[in-house]
Design a protein around this ligand. Structure first.
Ligand code: NA7
Length: 570
């Protein structure tokens, strides 16, 4: 494009700026180039990979099967890459991201170690002016936020943290050169997914590990294992069909059902979106029965857990919807902890009691509970011995001081909105995004915000995002966005943004489908609700209605002439 750039403005002009070079940013770059557009991608990290670039802590692993957690846009890429484990670890996923960057020669258009600081809509030339911390200024028609849902680490305000004389590490910013922990006294705060994955590995590496636990976790075995070559071959042979079913499913992946031959569905069932048990998205693991836990006798319930372990609850849809069934499942779950953890006091401390199953993101683990049987691992229950302060020597709780050489924070992220709220984003009339979202994020389809024309959020709040297989969700959003941009060219429009009414209706729908699930139970606090961050509005951010259903909403809106969007050709 030749822009009417004022001569006193040193900014260069391109078609699009993409923020972030994780899986979303890389695929956006690929597709925009295919359309012949000029693009620059800014990435804070030193290489591609996003989440998988930063989260290199010991034990970091994906919780979606690797054969499904991969791009589908190029069948050749699908065929040539070989995953080695059922669920890939961080090093293998980062290798995959790097392979993609090399294979499509993406790096020349990515500027690494550069953070976008502001993006201002210029009403005059109908472009975004994007500024970076290196002082670069780019004007672009399209500002595409591929900033990730879990990219800004949360470091809680722990009194005395600055005083600590040892090393502080955050799981979400683990150094490329792993520190040598042999013989060291290591402490870890946080027992969400990151902590649960790291704890067994840190216990192996450290001299002694102390786990400071505020909320016990409901975690179930990941059952990770090497991938047999026959399984890989079958996936590769059946990828087109499997990908179609993923895109139609509740959570964007099929799990153990992937290689089962799908039953032919009645015509009226087609396109309903996978799992038809009515269970909310983000919960796919074993296949779910239509029956409820409460339909079983007490003995049958116990047998189901004895047979299938702590993950047995996932088979029953009422656990996700009915508080009574949920509490029955919680009780059976706690019994599973007693079976593994030898010291009854430690077992007791590991039992969650004050929030329901299926309220937070389901955590998967490898040998988590067994780790607490080690003599070189100590659990401190912060519910009974609250943390008082960090000192120069370690962590002091009401139970006394624990001296440490290394303190690991596995304290999570400013999820879903954190990365966007760090950038000074101003839309029409200079309105700040942080102001527009002061009561929680408000989007249309998780793609666009009213008053912020031509700004797109890939897997933004209000879309399935973290409740779906992220790569499937990313490919869908990127395809939608680039098709939309092409459509605007065809109809001669220069801007697109949603109407405020469309946003209101969508936000209502997002809330409505989340109501009456365990995700929004009154005693549930999770990063989905923003409740891990002080002062953040309590709003359920992802779309829980199912990926397949969401995708059909998006298709219908396009087919109905971009219903709810305002296209401007002036
Ligand atoms: P999470 O799931 O937000 O977990 C953070 C953990 O840190 C959780 O156990 C918190 O306890 C704990 N935490 C946070 N602040 C404190 C303070 N101040 N004191 C003690 N403990 C604290 O983050 P993860 O990184 O594990 O996982 C995030 C997602 O990344 C995950 O769901 C996957 O999708 C990948 P709390 O529960 O708040 O009591």
């Amino acid at each position: 494009e030749t822009a009417a750039t004022p001569s006193d403005d040193p900014a260069e002009t391109l078609d699009a700026v993409v923020v972030g070079a994780g899986f979303a940013g890389m695929y956006l770059l690929y597709q925009l180039r295919e359309q012949g557009r000029s693009v620059v991608v800014f990435e804070a990290g030193a290489d591609v990979g996003g989440t998988w670039w930063w989260n290199r802590y010991p034990g970091a692993r994906c919780d979606v099967p690797s054969m499904e957690y991969s791009y589908s846009f190029d069948p050749d890429l699908e065929q040539e890459w070989n995953w080695t484990e059922l669920m890939a670890g961080q090093p293998e996923i980062l290798r995959y991201a790097r392979h993609v960057a090399d294979r499509y020669d993406l790096r020349p258009d990515i500027v690494f170690e550069t953070t976008v600081t502001s993006a201002h809509w210029d009403e005059g030339d109908r472009r975004w002016l994007v500024t970076t911390d290196s002082g670069r200024r780019v004007r672009a028609r399209w500002c595409l936020m591929a900033t990730g849902c879990l990219s800004v680490p949360n470091t809680p305000n722990l009194p005395g943290l600055d005083e600590f004389a040892g090393t502080v590490l955050h799981t979400g910013r683990w150094p490329e050169q792993w520190p040598d922990l042999a013989g060291k006294r290591v402490g870890i705060i946080g027992t969400g997914s990151s902590g649960v994955q790291a704890i067994p590995e840190l216990a192996e590496q450290a001299g002694h590990l102390t786990v400071f636990q505020r909320s016990p976790v409901y975690t179930v075995p990941a059952n990770n294992r090497p991938l047999a070559p026959e399984i890989v071959a079958e996936f590769k042979a059946r990828y087109p069909e499997i990908r179609d079913r993923q895109r139609d499913s509740v959570s964007g992946f099929l799990g153990p059902a992937a290689l089962r031959r799908p039953k032919p569905r009645a015509v009226e069932d087609r396109g309903r979106g996978g799992d038809d048990t009515g269970t909310p998205a983000g919960t796919a693991q074993p296949e779910r029965t239509r029956s409820g836990l409460l339909d079983l006798s007490e003995q049958e319930r116990r047998e189901a857990f004895d047979r299938n372990g702590p993950g047995a609850f996932m088979r029953f849809r009422d656990v996700y919807l009915d508080p009574e069934a949920n509490e029955v499942a919680c009780e059976l779950f706690r019994r599973e902890i007693d079976k593994v953890v030898e010291d009854p006091a430690v077992a007791e401390a590991l039992k969650p009691t004050d929030y329901p199953l299926a309220c937070k993101r389901q955590v998967l683990d490898t040998d988590y509970y067994r780790t607490f049987n080690r003599s070189d691992v100590t659990l401190i229950d912060l519910r009974h011995h609250p943390l008082q302060t960090i000192t120069g020597a370690g962590v002091r709780t009401e139970a006394g001081q624990v001296e440490l050489d290394v303190l690991v924070l596995a304290t999570g992220f400013a999820a879903m909105t954190g990365a966007l709220s760090r950038i000074d984003i101003r839309g029409r009339a200079g309105r700040r995004l942080s102001e527009a979202w002061s009561g929680g994020p408000r989007t249309y389809l998780g793609l666009q915000v009213a008053g912020f024309p031509n700004l797109f959020t890939v897997t933004g709040p209000g879309s399935p995002s973290v409740l779906a297989n992220m790569i499937v969700a990313i490919e869908h959003h990127v395809d939608w966005i680039v098709d939309c941009i092409a459509h605007l060219d065809v109809v001669g429009a220069t801007t697109i943004e949603p109407s405020p009414e469309a946003v209101d209706d969508w936000v209502d729908h997002v809330n409505e489908v989340a109501d009456d699930t365990m995700y929004t139970a009154p005693n549930c606090n999770s990063w989905y609700l923003g409740s891990n961050i002080d002062g953040k509005a309590r709003v359920f951010m992802p779309y829980v209605g199912g990926f397949g259903r969401y995708r059909r909403h998006c298709d219908d809106i396009v087919a109905d002439d971009y219903r709810g969007f305002v296209l401007d050709a002036s």
